[in-house]
Ligand binder design. Structure first.
Ligand code: PRX
Length: 677
């Protein structure tokens, strides 16, 4: 493979290890002069502007970035807080902002998606073609009597038609409710029944990310029959499979489009009109159904896509690797890049399908310039070795992003060195399904970045860390809160407005809270620390903190230390009850390649943790696992590990990727029960 344009030969083996060790001592990385000179934002004045008047500043961003069909008169209405309203009185349409305006500006021929299938198929879809498809499907939905406020389910693989389906719903004001294709038919039923969906858009068959084939329509048919509100099912042929069609309810995509007539002007929708409903990943409790708005959501997503990823629509190829079924896919595989008019890559398969070098093959083939991925995937790549990416030309990359969980410094440095060739800034982006868009992240042409820290809040955002009494603390671990509303925030939890108020705004009681600050603060549910430079270090979910004696240890921090052992692939850490200490650490560990667990390895892992975090963090129990219990979006479900260790029912496992791991874990846990103290 040629290395044209690659500045230096890739580092491998011991040389790479030495370089990573050296870099671990570097506290922060400044943007390079080359990056800064071409960045959309290269000086820090934007922070001050937003700070002086955040409502006015957001108003200017909304006016500048979006096309409005009717202007809004008030940027933010807080009269019924915490039910906020942004851009009051304004009207707009999401699909118009993603498609029509680019086509009208003469960019109809620009590629919106380069699609790459698991079997190596390729397709390019332009903005003009996408608009045609969206109009066709939107008209089809309208012809079935579907209109503003009617919920439409989407259960599709990663194909451009998933974006078509989302935007067709947005065009007519029907909130979409995506269900990740890897979810079981029961989960699909549960979600569509709760949202009272009137229609579903799906496919006949699909190869799942893991490479297995599914006759999707046939498999879900029995549960669809149990949804009384569902009157329309539109089926897109994708991978041939028998698809039983019920004549009063089911239509093939092309027949539905033909019946719709093809034309469908965008509906002018209120800025607060719900754009979509989405389940949170549910790594800690009963899933919540988040409701996002149109005007505020699009403003936050457009701004962050443009400036956090420094998007240049004329030249960039953006690859957000998240499935459209998750919020990262909604905001950064669909709405964000399309609003910006940039070309994206969409890949149907998993990172190891059909082989472990596929991502790098795709970066080389499509000249991907910006890559956005989850730390869990980066750790997998690390364990597969630097030789794989070294075989490809990655010189087109100029910016790398991460999202979803804390990234341990070693993985951050590996990403920067091995994938980014040492020249690409890394944007570690902190946000949630609820926040709609990135809230804490570097601006790559401005900010210094520290390995493992999400960095400073974006302009207009005011996070703080509170102690148990609700007092702000610096350089101390505490609860993360957001002290100001922001446009892309969730508006409520679907059908559970009280739960919305309670979960996010009821943590510190009204007297101490609303009394002290002019605006109610949003309780994030994460543990964090802010350092003297104002950088935020996110430590994980509050529920995942282990208290050993008087030390509070976020699971993710202990996991980072366990993973620092070169033989460890991944670790999930929980607290076990202990008479002396209250709790002690128990680590579930998967090992690299065919390494086997041993007493010696246990001792080495303990030494590594002791050296990095001290005695309290040392795992008293180490359980060798084949796989960890992960959600479909790649998060470790520590709640499940905890419940199992405590002998409780596993609880809600609908978001678990592979329910079979529960049995394996139970066996491994029971097997080692009396072996280690
Ligand atoms: O704990 C934080 C973690 O993921 C949670 C949100 O999960 P979800 O709603 O599934 O959205 C994931 C994609 C936005 C947060 O509360 N998290 C997300 N990003 C980061 C993170 N933790 C540390 N660093 C991040 N960059």
């Amino acid at each position: 493979m040629t290395k044209l344009g690659t500045p230096a030969a890739p580092l491998l083996g011991a040389e790479l290890e030495r370089e990573l060790e050296r870099l671990l001592a570097v506290p922060a990385f400044e943007p390079s002069p080359e990056f800064r000179s071409q960045a959309l934002i290269s000086d820090a004045s934007v922070y001050g502007e937003a700070e002086r008047d955040y409502e006015g500043w957001w108003g200017r961003q909304a006016a500048e970035l979006l096309d409005w069909m009717a202007p809004w008169h008030t940027a933010l209405d807080q009269s019924d807080a915490p039910s906020y309203r942004w851009f009051v009185g304004g009207r707009l349409n999401a699909s118009y902002n993603c498609l029509d305006r680019h086509v009208l500006a003469g960019h109809g021929d620009r590629v919106a998606y380069h699609w790459h299938g698991q079997a190596g198929e390729e397709r390019a879809v332009t903005y003009g073609e996408l608009l045609g498809e969206v109009q066709g499907l939107a008209a089809a939905l309208r012809a079935r009597g579907i209109g503003p406020g009617d919920v439409v389910g989407i259960y599709m693989p990663m194909v451009p038609e998933v974006a078509v389906a989302m935007l067709a719903c947005a065009r007519i004001g029907a909130p979409h409710n995506l269900v990740f294709l890897g979810s079981s038919p029961q989960t699909l039923h549960q979600q569509l029944s709760f949202s009272e969906a009137v229609a579903l858009i799906t496919v006949d068959g699909a190869i799942q990310r893991e490479g297995t084939f599914r006759a999707v329509k046939q498999e879900i048919d029995p549960v669809l029959a149990e949804l009384p509100s569902l009157h329309t099912v539109i089926v897109r042929p994708h991978r041939p499979a028998p698809a039983p069609m019920r004549t009063d309810r089911d239509l093939w995509w092309k027949d539905a489009v033909a019946a719709g007539g093809g034309e469908c002007p965008p509906e002018p929708l209120d800025a607060e009109h719900p754009l979509y409903l989405l389940y949170t990943s549910g790594s800690t409790g009963k899933p919540k159904v988040v409701v996002h708005s149109t005007g505020g959501y699009l403003t936050g997503v457009h701004w962050t896509s443009k400036y956090v990823f420094d998007l240049k629509p004329q030249s960039d190829v953006f690859w957000c690797t998240a499935d459209a079924g998750w919020v990262t896919g909604h905001s950064y595989s669909v709405y964000g890049p399309l609003m910006n008019g940039v070309s994206s890559l969409m890949y149907e398969g998993a990172p190891d399908q059909p082989h472990r070098g596929i991502w790098w093959e795709l970066v080389e083939r499509y000249r991907v310039s910006i890559l956005y991925a989850a730390p869990t995937t980066i750790r997998s790549f690390m364990s597969w070795g630097a030789e794989l990416p070294a075989a490809y030309d990655l010189s087109s990359l100029r910016l790398l992003g991460t999202v979803g969980e804390p990234i341990n410094p070693k993985a951050w440095l590996w990403y920067r060195t091995v994938i980014g060739g040492g020249r690409c800034p890394i944007v570690d982006t902190w946000w949630q399904t609820e926040t709609g868009a990135i809230l804490v992240a570097p601006l790559p042409g401005v900010s210094a970045t520290k390995p493992g820290a999400a960095g400073r809040p974006l302009p207009g955002i005011l996070p703080e860390v509170f102690d148990d009494d609700g007092d702000p603390v610096l350089e101390e671990q505490g609860a993360l809160v957001l002290r100001r509303p922001w446009p892309s925030m969730l508006r409520t939890l679907y059908k559970e407005d009280d739960r919305y108020r309670q979960t996010y705004f009821g943590r510190f009681d009204d007297r101490s809270y609303f009394g002290r600050f002019s605006e109610p603060a949003y309780y994030v549910g994460d543990v964090a620390r802010v350092d003297a430079d104002g950088h935020f270090w996110i430590e994980g979910r509050v529920d995942d903190v282990i208290t050993v004696g008087s030390e509070r240890l976020p699971s993710a921090r202990v996991e980072s230390a366990v993973v620092a052992h070169p033989k460890v692939a991944e670790a999930g850490v929980i607290g076990l009850p202990d008479r002396q200490w209250g709790q002690v650490v128990c680590a579930f560990v998967t090992l690299i390649g065919d390494t086997r667990g041993s007493t010696r390895l246990e001792q080495e892992i303990r030494d590594v943790v002791r050296e990095r975090l001290g005695e309290a963090a040392v795992p008293r129990r180490i359980v060798w696992a084949v796989d960890l219990a992960k959600t479909r979006s790649g998060k470790i479900m520590r709640r499940l590990l905890r419940n199992m260790a405590y002998g409780l029912d596993p609880g809600d496992v609908t978001t678990l990727r592979d329910p079979r791991v529960i049995d394996d874990l139970e066996r491994s846990f029971a097997a080692g029960a009396d072996s280690v103290s």
